[in-house]
Write a protein that binds this ligand. Structure first.
Ligand code: 13P
Length: 242
């Protein structure tokens, strides 16, 4: 399978931020590598313009969240169908920031993933333990429970992102052995065709080592995806077919 390097811009980016994506494409001299997928998930306000500007250049565009319903009286929410209509191909669901900030349960995340699939999007379903849970030796139990609760029962294409909560935005990462252990565990629960991304403080300097781990099929990158130079470094460090 091709590796997937995904940028989650979170609540960052204005129209002028398109220049970072242009700079990223420019670093590849206009031709993006074909042996890996490059995805950018900007805020919902930028999905349509980014998709129309960059999809033809080979940058895949995705959303960061979706509602479970296709439409209706849900002020402020965005549906998977709307993201697809705007040109998105993927949507992140169950990011730990949404689980924490909006109290999203595994059942809700599963319903969002199902809504994404129904709209023709590939969901990126996020799981990961807190620092306390890891220190208590419960990382695999937590990730296993999240997967059992959040994964739709389907043969449709989906992607999993293992993002330890304590590694997000902190500069901390698990050991390579710990990343391998969780990814092997996730592989055992999902099957061979599912891409399993690692996320949490991925930088140009550690991407090569992390992305070389068996069953790590790509990365979900936060802060370092906002800067063309850093994101380019991570994409370049990735093995192509994994
Ligand atoms: P950072 O790369 O900034 O640690 O964020 C990771 C993340 O949450 C991606 O979804």
């Amino acid at each position: 399978m091709k590796s997937l390097i995904a940028g989650n811009w979170k609540m960052n980016g204005l129209t002028g931020s398109a220049s970072e994506v242009e700079a990223l494409i420019g670093k590849f001299s206009g031709a993006l590598p074909e042996d890996r997928d490059i995805l950018i998930c900007p805020p919902a306000t930028l999905v349509a313009t980014f998709a129309s500007s960059f999809s033809d250049e080979g940058v895949i565009i995705g959303g960061q969240d979706c509602h479970t319903n296709e439409s209706g009286a849900h002020t402020g929410d965005v549906s998977a169908a709307m993201l697809a209509d705007a040109g998105a191909a993927y949507v992140i669901v169950g990011h730990s920031e949404r689980r924490a900030d909006h109290g999203e349960s595994d059942a809700l995340v599963k319903a969002k993933a199902e809504a994404a699939l129904a709209a023709g999007l590939t969901p990126i379903i996020c799981v990961g333990e807190t620092k306390e849970q890891r220190e208590a030796g419960k990382a695999l139990d937590v990730v296993g429970a999240q997967l059992r609760g959040s994964l739709p029962q389907t043969e449709d294409e989906m992607t999993i992102a293992y993002e330890p909560v304590w590694a997000i935005g902190t500069g901390l990462t698990p050991t390579i052995a710990d990343i391998a252990e969780v990814h092997d565990f996730v592989r055992g629960m999902t099957g061979k065709d599912v891409r399993i991304l690692y996320g949490g403080s991925v930088k140009p300097g550690n991407a090569g080592e992390i992305l070389a781990v068996e069953n790590v099929n790509g990365a979900l990158v936060g802060g370092a995806s906002l800067k063309a130079e850093d994101f380019y470094g991570i994409i370049s460090a990735a093995p192509g077919n994994v």
